[in-house]
Ligand binder design. Structure first.
Ligand code: SF4
Length: 881
């Protein structure tokens, strides 16, 4: 098998992958030991990439109005309709909504088409939901969207502060690098600032369970403390920055008691953090969506950067503020200017000289003259009819944007919606008039940039199935049909990359941070062979150090860094009617709206249904018990979620995962709950601070089913589907009882071969239907949360059941004598459950290493090591089901 060097398509760590395709079509992957981001490591999601490369649920042909169409017909219609909308209503009547999943080359041509040839900057991206506040904070402080440091800095630091970042689950390989560094240098300290005690707390010496949006108060207090204790680097501040006095005045007082009150923390913890930060030279502050997804996100970013500028701890080994991006190519999108308020190559759309420069370079006939509509504004303009034609690429705004029901209604009312996607089954594509089949990971060729500015190649190793095309080729075909063929006559992504690199260097005498001119004139084969490389990379000699700002040299007019005076108090959103704060985030084994990761049976086993984490005191107040179904309601909508009662959750706050959609659950689209409220500077929605209330859904019956075939049209109030090795597993609940025999007959496709257990008085029922030795499905119903060994029951779909006793065992829902209930899967690589780990712990294997030796758990991708540690520490119940 020939291995192809490529890059993982999930998070912003940007791990190198060696991928190959066997003769039977199966895909296998392993970490690339030579890639400098991961050195051979992969997390659970990356390790399971092979399971997600199948053609199930792929869009393979263009469609117009639900019927199959030719490419020519579909592209002509897109170009004609966009052209007509522009001619009749002006360029701002059309828009593109892209994605951090796009490759840089895809992004580049989409941005060029809109900003240089359509004449509108109405091109925004789901990266607006991810890191727009980091971009805005960087630009305010540095004059450019520059990430100063490298991953290595996390390993070299003596103190790593993680703010609003569940690194263990959201950037797992970077977390593993940090955990390994801490293990080899026990003196290193890690502080976690997060309202939740996430799995990242496993390596934290101090966890500050901050109140929602309390970050500005904390870092302002820190700035004041640094000034009071003489920790400010006066020479650096004087030589390389402006605005220190104003920022310090705005920061207020440093008294730990006051800061603690404002940030919802204990004064002793605040004092300990301040002393640690002030007394440690090598400090890296990592921040991600917990900081960015806020109505004061940009201020939070600047409050953090202020502390690093004040101490001069920036751009040197082991020091600096560090934004880690959520998506695989959020950085590449920023580089090409794929945000409505950017131009291209880190140039500013509001800068007339920059617009003229780019117009010269592109030979653009119709440059956009002002910033376009940011994501939330863009869909508002779709709703009120200002946008007549919209093209959505590789993303699912019906699920991910705030006020998601309004977004769906806007698409339903929009005269012309184009969706190009690899998946045929998303909540967004069902609203499309035109569906364009796009190439998926494994079929795509181009580049991505990770969080440390490292450009890596994504290389195709699978043939394009059906009629799919790469996104860049689709955009170029539409551009050609709109009359711009000469400017979009690229024969390959390599040609696009060369132009992108040349633009970065065009009239750039060191005034712009983004310069990869050294990659503009690669020799033949150079693009194909391109090894992972960090920018800046100007033509000529490469800089000795790829960190920024150790000696100043910011990208402002006077080349000085800017302190930004921020005084943002945490917004007060809760009311007596909506007294709880809802926070959202990722879980370990799923990615975004699950169009890919949910294809993997093993990734689907870790957390198989949408849930809400709630503190025991709140659960009691809301009348919620463990495994109940909760109704979570905001003024914008309602969702139904399984209850997980845990002290990891801060009182008065709830946590829900962001991933579930209408494709896999009855009512779990969290975007429905969030108001369309954004940060005034960055336009990023405040997805982590939503006022809600919670109550028990009055379920009269709970059920669990394993099914060989995917059920369609489930008519229960609550349901959630997840793949398992032999089919599907399904949780359900409903307010009223049913004729369970009829329910089972419908769900299992008939009653021949059915075994039944009915306890009408107790409200319990069990069914298992067989075809020969094969289990077609089993259903377990009870008046309360069903006690069934779920993993074992799911395995029975792939097992053989030769005799009646084996079949009756399925009806029991438990392994028989001699079998053991593994409990919920923790280690997906080796299928090890929580009960097995707890049992091994009780048997004396009391460390993660010892569990690995006994069970192999945690010895492959390592993503579950923090959970193993938590189980051993008694923090996680043996069976969370
Ligand atoms: Fe992919 Fe995991 Fe690496 Fe992120 S950490 S790039 S999801 S393998």
């Amino acid at each position: 098998m020939r291995e192809t060097r490529t890059t993982c398509p999930y998070c912003g760590v940007g791990c190198g992958v060696l991928a190959s395709r066997r003769e039977d079509g199966a895909v296998s992957v392993r970490g690339d030991p030579e890639h400098p981001s991961n050195f051979g490591r992969l997390c659970s999601k990356g390790s399971a990439l092979g399971e997600t490369a199948g053609l199930e649920e792929r869009l393979l042909h263009p469609e117009i109005g639900g019927r199959r169409a030719s490419w020519d017909e579909a592209l002509d219609l897109v170009a004609a309709t966009f052209g007509r909308a522009i001619a009749e209503h002006g360029p701002d009547a059309v828009a593109i909504y892209g994605s951090g999943q796009l490759l840089t080359e895809d992004y580049y041509v989409a941005n060029k088409l809109m900003k240089g040839f359509v004449g509108s900057a109405n091109i925004d991206t789901n990266s607006r939901l991810c890191m727009a506040s980091a971009v805005a904070g960087h630009r305010r402080a540095f004059g450019a969207d520059t990430v100063p440091g490298t991953y290595e800095d996390l390993e070299l630091a003596d103190l790593v502060v993680l703010v609003g970042s569940n690194l263990a689950w959201c950037h797992p390989v970077l977390y593993q690098r940090l955990a390994a560094a801490k293990q080899s240098r026990p003196g290193m300290r890690v502080v976690l600032v997060d309202p939740r005690r996430t799995m990242t707390a496993d390596i934290a010496d101090l966890h500050l369970a901050i109140a929602p949006d309390g970050d500005v108060a904390l870092f302002n207090g820190l700035l004041a403390h640094l000034a009071e204790t003489g920790a400010v680097d006066r020479a650096f501040v004087a030589a390389h920055t402006t605005g220190f006095a104003g920022a310090l005045a705005a920061a207020g007082r440093a008294a730990p008691g006051e800061v603690a009150r404002a940030a919802g923390l204990a004064a002793g913890d605040v004092a300990a953090f301040f002393a640690l930060f002030a007394g440690t030279e090598r400090v890296v502050t990592v921040f991600s969506q917990g900081v960015n997804q806020s109505s004061i996100g940009t201020d939070k970013v600047n409050a953090i950067i202020n502390c690093h500028l004040a101490t001069g701890r920036i751009g040197r080994p082991g020091m600096g503020p560090f934004s880690v991006t959520g998506q695989p190519n959020a950085m590449g999108g920023r580089e090409v200017g794929g945000l409505a308020n950017m131009l291209a190559a880190h140039m500013d759309i509001e800068d007339e000289a920059a617009r003229a420069r780019v117009a010269r370079f592109w030979k653009a006939p119709r440059m956009a003259r002002k910033a376009g509509l940011k994501a939330v504004e863009m869909f508002r303009a779709v709703a009120d009819g200002r946008i007549k034609a919209l093209w959505i690429m590789a993303t699912n705004p019906v699920d991910s944007l705030p006020d998601a029901s309004a977004v769906e209604a806007a698409l339903a009312a929009c005269p012309f919606v184009v969706v190009s996607d690899a998946s045929a089954r998303t909540d967004t594509i069902r609203r499309a008039h035109i569906r364009l089949p796009a190439a998926a990971w494994g079929e795509k060729d181009g580049t991505v940039t990770n969080s440390e500015r490292r450009i890596s190649r994504q290389r195709a190793f699978l043939p394009p199935p059906g009629e799919v095309r790469p996104d860049w080729a689709i955009v170029c075909e539409v551009a050609r049909r709109m009359g711009h063929g000469a400017a979009f006559a690229y024969a390959s992504p390599g040609e696009i990359f060369a132009e992108h690199a040349a633009l970065s260097a065009f009239e750039n005498g060191g005034e712009r941070d983004f310069d990869i001119g050294g990659l503009a004139g690669l020799p033949p084969g150079g693009y194909d062979a391109l090894a992972p490389v960090q920018w800046p990379l100007p033509a000529g000699a490469a800089p000795a150090d790829r960190r920024f700002f150790a000696e100043g040299g910011f990208y402002t007019a006077d080349r000085k860094g800017r302190f930004v005076a921020v005084a943002g108090a945490a917004p007060a959103r809760t009311t007596p009617d909506f007294p709880l704060v809802l926070n959202t985030g990722r879980i370990r084994d799923q990615w975004h709206t699950m169009t890919r990761t949910a294809k993997s049976p093993r990734l689907s086993q870790h957390l198989a249904e949408p849930f809400v984490e709630i503190h025991p005191d709140d659960a009691r107040r809301c009348g919620l018990g463990e495994a109940d179904i909760a109704e979570i309601e905001s003024p914008h909508g309602t969702v139904l979620l399984r209850v997980l009662v845990t002290r990891r959750q801060r009182p008065r706050s709830l946590f829900v995962p962001m991933h579930w959609t209408d494709q896999l659950a009855a009512s779990a689209r969290i975007g429905r709950l969030a108001p369309p409220e954004t940060d005034p500077v960055s336009g990023q929605p405040a997805l982590k601070h939503v006022a809600v209330r919670a109550r028990r859904f009055p379920a009269a019956a709970f059920g669990f089913a394993v099914l060989a075939e995917r059920p369609e049209g489930l008519d229960t109030d609550y349901w959630a589907l997840a793949r398992c090795a032999g089919g599907w597993r399904c949780e359900f609940a409903m307010a009223g009882a049913r004729d369970w025999a009829a329910f089972a007959t419908r769900l299992l496709g008939g009653d021949a071969g059915m075994l039944t257990y009915l306890d009408r008085a107790g409200g319990r029922a069990r069914f298992a239907r067989f075809e020969g030795e094969r289990l077609l499905g089993a259903i377990f119903v009870a008046p309360g949360p069903v006690a069934v060994s779920r993993e074992w029951a799911a395995e029975q779909l792939a097992a053989s059941h030769p005799d009646r006793s084996a079949r009756l065992l399925v009806l029991s829902g438990r392994p028989g004598a001699g079998g053991a209930d593994r409990g919920p899967t923790v280690c997906v690589c080796f299928g090890i459950g929580a009960n097995q780990i707890a049992a091994a712990g009780r048997a004396g294997h009391r460390s993660v290493k010892a569990i690995g030796e006994a069970l192999q758990a945690g010895t492959n991708c390592g993503s579950c090591r923090a959970e193993i540690a938590a189980i051993l520490a008694g923090l996680v119940p043996e069976a969370a089901e």
